[in-house]
Design a protein around this ligand. Structure first.
Ligand code: PLP
Length: 420
């Protein structure tokens, strides 16, 4: 598909038309201004939407949130979409709504943001981590099969960086035991698996709209499900355990009374946030197209560097990568620097990077409380020691993308052990 460095074919993306050779021996940084690794794309539609809500006199959960939920459910192809204050909050109340608690086990990946695992602990259940595939960084179904016990109550696959997990393989393992799959789709709004959007495969899925994610509401999240009873339970946990939210009570046509059925939380999305979400969702396909273009440029331009293991776009089954992150592994054995030094040197070139993620089991709380050790999940650890996130966001210019490539090549050349 790619012919190596310098041979990037434009394939319908004529905007890339840049110099081929740069003087990378220069001591000056490759660019004068700092390029962050992520930046949200917020324009007139988002600003106008928020202003409209501010002027409407109703700023918390109300008609905009309803509209965003309906549009989101239609986009992903799920029956219900429930807007929440964060992906983390969404996972918390989904686990509670599934009745998961002390004595229960939940299987998930160590290559995720800590919140995916923290929430399992927060409801009193035991996280059971399994290793990932060294190529895709996604949970390995064969490892999942080995960890199923009579106490397993859910499996949480994480679609890492926006690349789909093999949901059919996971279902084949989970379904005979009646174990539900709860997808961590924080990176996967717009990801396709076998022709369908993530969220349309009959599982409950949890999305995040944190500012670095593919669409943002400032902070926010969404839970999608086809299960009516589960949706009703999540609604209760989301808003004080009350059987009617304030819009349903105070809005036109609302009825007065209420009753408290659960010791619920306060995880409802504001209309101020939903206005952002509506505008962002309308631009999501355009965002993914640009992210894909940038990712393909990086794959082509960095493909010749033996010191990097580039992310795979093709997991071996039909899928559309949403390119939330572009996460090469730095081959520390071929370089005389480690990953953190590599990140620092990119910063000196005015290129920002992110770190997604350090394997969860190596964090102090998980080592201490659950006895995890280095050596438990070799693939996740190898990734954790080498991974970094390069800048990738829709408003990056072609020039920005070339600067990223130049900086990476420059740092690799400076630190490669052979052929310097
Ligand atoms: C961002 C993220 C979350 C949490 O989402 P928030 O909205 O920030 O709470 C969960 N899982 C993964 C993999 C994430 O990247």
């Amino acid at each position: 598909m790619h012919d190596g460095p310098g041979a990037f074919s434009l394939r319908g993306y004529p905007s890339f038309n840049l110099r081929e050779d740069n003087d990378l021996s220069d001591d000056r940084p490759v660019r004068d201004t700092f390029l962050p690794f992520s930046r949200p794309s917020l324009g007139e539609a988002e600003i106008g939407g928020v202003v409209e809500v501010l002027k409407s006199g109703w700023i918390t959960t109300g008609p905009k949130t309803r509209a965003f939920e309906e549009q989101f459910a239609a986009y992903v192809g799920a029956k219900h979409a429930l807007a929440v204050t964060s992906g983390t909050g969404g996972e918390h109340i989904t686990l509670l709504s599934m009745g998961i608690g002390p004595g229960d086990e939940v299987i998930t990946s160590p290559m995720t943001w800590a919140s995916s695992v923290n929430m399992i602990v927060a409801v009193g259940a035991t996280p059971v981590l399994v290793d990932v595939d060294p190529r895709t960084f996604n949970i390995d179904p064969a490892q999942v099969a080995k960890k199923i016990t009579a106490r397993t109550r859910a499996i949480i696959p994480v679609h890492f960086a926006g690349l789909a997990c093999d949901l059919d393989a996971l279902s084949a393992i989970a379904a005979p035991h009646g174990i539900p799959i709860l997808e961590d789709a924080a990176h996967a709004v717009g990801t396709h698996y076998k022709g369908g959007q993530i969220g349309s495969h009959g599982n409950t899925a949890i999305y995040s709209f944190h500012p670095i994610k593919n669409i943002t509401t400032g902070e926010g999240g969404m839970v999608t499900t086809d299960d009516d009873a589960l949706a009703a339970q999540i609604r209760l946990w989301r808003f004080h355990g009350v059987n009617r939210d304030s819009w349903a009570r105070s809005g036109k046509g609302g009825a007065g009374g209420y009753d408290v059925l659960l010791p619920g939380f306060k995880y409802n999305m504001l209309d101020l946030q939903a206005a952002l979400g509506i505008a962002q969702l309308a631009r999501l396909e355009e965002f993914i197209a640009r992210r894909t273009e940038l990712a393909e440029f990086f794959l082509a331009k960095l493909g010749g560097l033996e010191e990097l293991q580039l992310p795979v776009a093709d997991p071996g089954f039909p899928a559309r990568h949403a390119w939330h992150l572009f996460t090469p592994l730095v081959d520390v054995d071929r370089l005389d620097c480690d990953r953190f030094e590599f990140m620092d040197e990119l910063k000196n070139e005015n290129i920002g990077t992110g770190l997604h993620f350090l394997a969860v089991h190596l964090n102090a709380m998980y080592e201490k409380r659950f006895g995890y050790r280095r050596g438990d999940f070799p693939n996740a650890e190898r990734i954790s020691d080498r991974i970094l996130s390069l800048p990738l966001f829709p408003s990056m210019t072609d020039r920005d993308a070339q600067d990223v490539v130049d900086a990476v090549v420059k740092v690799v050349r400076r630190h490669r052990k052979v052929g310097r």
